[in-house]
Write a protein that binds this ligand. Sequence first.
Ligand SMILES: C[S@@+](CC[C@H](N)C(=O)[O-])C[C@H]1O[C@@H](n2cnc3c(N)ncnc32)[C@H](O)[C@@H]1O
Ligand code: SF4
Length: 373
Amino acid sequence: MDLMTREKLTEVVRLGNEGRFREAEAITRALLRRDRDQRESFILHFRLKRRRHEALRQHLQEQRGAEIDFLPRRLTFVALGTTGLCNASCMHCPTGKTTTDQMPRVPMPLPLFESIMRQIDDLGIILQGQISFGLFGDALLDPHVQRRVQFVRETLPEASISINTNGAAYDRARHSGIAEEQIILALHCESLKPDVYGILMQPLQFQRVLPKIEQILADFGSKVLVSVPVTRLNRDELPAIDAFFRQRGVGDLGFDIFSSRCAEERTVFETLALAPVKNRCGPDVHEQLIVDCDGKVLICCNDFRRVEVIGDLARQNLLDVLLHPERRRMVEQFATGRENERSSCSACYCDQKIEGIHGRGVQPATEKSDTVA
Ligand SMILES: C[S@@+](CC[C@H](N)C(=O)[O-])C[C@H]1O[C@@H](n2cnc3c(N)ncnc32)[C@H](O)[C@@H]1O
Ligand code: SF4
């Protein structure tokens, strides 16, 4: 820890002891804005924010009674449709298909976005996990992506921001500034073979996207996390994909479990899946917030057809959305194994996790023996 940080943290403790919690939190916020990996700042910020939340909670309980018990103290995952637009229509993705052609394909208005972020902070809710941009669209097609990153870093500096993209829309002039920020760039790439890539990530073409991928790797380096949904078409290629990206210095790779994305028609899914099973989620969905580009709140980031709308942040405030009776019903359903009462959940299938395939990367056998030697 540098001297300046140590002095600031001492100041935070002093202000806290004097009961000047707002001033103390302003300092931890600034410290995390500078470096969200600074552990001591994170811990003190967490405590100050929790303290503020508990005070507000007590006040709300006096006003609104027991319903406040249902208010989450933290969010572990926030997914935002920062834009509904995508430049691809991957073979297995509902985006760009007739089943989703009525869905909004616009950027989320900045005032709506900023209001959601401010309300999370005003409620003293810690964003303990990831905030992910680009729900059913591609985050780099959003004209406000850089402004949004900066706003989240200022408002919720504890959050881990993930910008989800296939990379095709990368434009150095518009996007390279984002690399200055503490973010993860989740780069979706399903194959390095032009024919397989062209089938899975249609209508994108590997030869045209590759130069963009190379620019992203050069500009974002270890901030890149490569996301590879694993299917029958790319499973044999995983060691090559792993080697290609690791040699180019990415932070990590995720060989992800393939999902049906709650599609009613599962022919493509079943053709591509390795070992499909019915998916089930637990009641921790309570600590997740999924908001599409027009403010509609959904129960799941896989509900591309938006059949389960449980709030609308363009019309309601966040407190009312988090206490919405439909949200409570959802948690009860998930806690008692009745999630199939939700039509999106009844259509939710995914691959079983396979050891040695899914996870953080598969090293080629030759590399493993090199390492041992
Ligand atoms: C739906 S995409 C939206 C953001 C952006 N367009 C992209 O492709 O990254 C978000 C993430 O889902 C992953 N993904 C796409 N289709 C999937 C599927 N059928 N099963 C599991 N993950 C999938 C992608 O790798 C990506 O990281
Ligand atoms: S997976 Fe991402 S890139 Fe592919 S169509 Fe869906 S939203 Fe677009």
